[in-house]
Design a protein around this ligand. Structure first.
Ligand SMILES: *Cc1c(COP(=O)(O)O)cnc(C)c1O
Length: 348
């Protein structure tokens, strides 16, 4: 399908304008030379409107759009205490007159006396923040499950009082939110056309998988043949690819397109997340230092550092052929540089 036709489809679903788009896409000169590939970066960390953008803002244009169309007055979402998604949901909700409520599972227990990073911003925005501490012997997934339950009870209470609540899943990864990355892929496609470029590879960090599902759906819709490599940042379920295939086809249906995506369209690499979510890795640390010290721009230890570590490794092992056109999608998250020391690691 032609770019204009895809844009037309996207105009048919509810959306609000939240960020500053298109975000910059440009060549990283020093690293290109050093790595022997043509390395470009797409700055979705500059999605606006506060200093701390990221990939969730694109998804939230569609999610907040839907919440307003549904006549909601509250927005609920979930994540870890330092969730970028929760922080972006909060600012985008308040800026449209919606009341944000977040239930955050504490992978890292916050210090109430020394609130940091996204959790600090959540409070400055006046959000209703519920920290769900992990209980003795409980895994993060169990704590998260409990946070969903608490949220659902809260929603039921408010709806009995006559309120209407919009529920956004972890990472905004549903058929509505993922439309943001069909839109993102269309934007990249337009910029590449203007620059006379064809990308061979796109690398990005993947968590909830909503970004990946949207990118892959967009790529298929546009008939592009770039390889999308998704570097996971957490231990993912065995059905990660099958559920994201389903999600990609759901988002295509949401915008009125036919299902096009199969499991073979995903290239998921689980080789870079260890020791675990919100736990720094040696590869991530090296990637952050390299990007900062060569190009002057900042990655984060939880997502983009690990994603870029995956790209670096594939260049060094020759999996990415020398001279290829490679795009790294910067999905944001640099607020983590101001989070708790255990998230940050030893960066210098
Ligand atoms: C959420 C997030 C991701 C992962 O995006 P998903 O759509 O959840 O897979 C990547 N990078 C950053 C900085 C994020 O906040």
């Amino acid at each position: 399908m032609k770019l204009e036709a895809v844009k037309k489809l996207l105009e048919g679903v509810p959306k609000v304008s939240l960020g500053f788009f298109p975000t910059p896409l440009y060549r990283l000169e020093k690293l290109s030379k050093e790595l022997g590939v043509n390395l470009y970066i797409k700055r979705d960390d500059f999605s606006g409107k506060n200093l701390f953008g990221g990939n969730k803002t694109r998804k939230l244009e569609f999610l907040i759009g839907k919440a307003l169309q549904d006549g909601c007055d509250y927005v609920f979402t979930y994540g870890a205490t330092q969730s970028n998604h929760a922080m972006q949901t909060i600012w985008t909700a308040v800026s449209h007159g919606l009341k944000p409520v977040v239930y955050l599972a504490a992978v890292v227990e916050p210090d109430e006396e020394d609130m940091r990073s996204n959790l600090l911003l959540d409070h400055i925005y006046g959000a209703e923040v519920h920290v769900v501490s992990m209980q003795e012997g409980e895994s993060f997934f169990q704590a998260e499950e409990r946070s969903f339950q608490m949220g659902a009870e809260h929603v039921a209470r408010l709806e009995r009082e006559g309120h209407k609540c919009y529920n956004i899943p972890v990472g905004g990864a549903d058929a509505t939110g993922s439309a943001g990355y069909i839109s993102g892929m269309a934007e990249i496609c337009g910029q590449a056309q203007e620059m006379g470029l064809t990308f061979d590879y796109l690398y990005h960090a993947s968590g909830s998988g909503g970004t990946m599902a949207g990118l892959v759906a967009g790529k298929k819709l546009l008939g592009l043949d770039l390889e999308i490599h998704s570097i996971t940042v957490a231990d993912v379920d065995a059905d990660y690819v099958s559920t994201k295939t389903q999600l990609a086809n759901e988002v295509l249906a949401y915008i009125g397109a036919d299902p096009l995506v199969t499991e073979a369209d995903f290239m998921v690499d689980e080789g870079f997340y260890l020791p675990g979510y919100e736990q720094p890795s040696a590869g991530g640390t090296e990637a952050i230092q390299l990007m900062a010290r060569r190009e002057g721009l900042l990655l984060d230890p939880v997502y983009t550092g690990k994603g870029f570590a995956g790209l670096l490794s594939d260049v060094r092992t020759g999996k990415i052929k020398p001279g290829s056109n490679v795009l790294f999608l910067h999905t944001g998250g640099a607020t983590a540089l101001f989070a708790e020391k255990e998230i940050l690691g030893q960066l210098f």
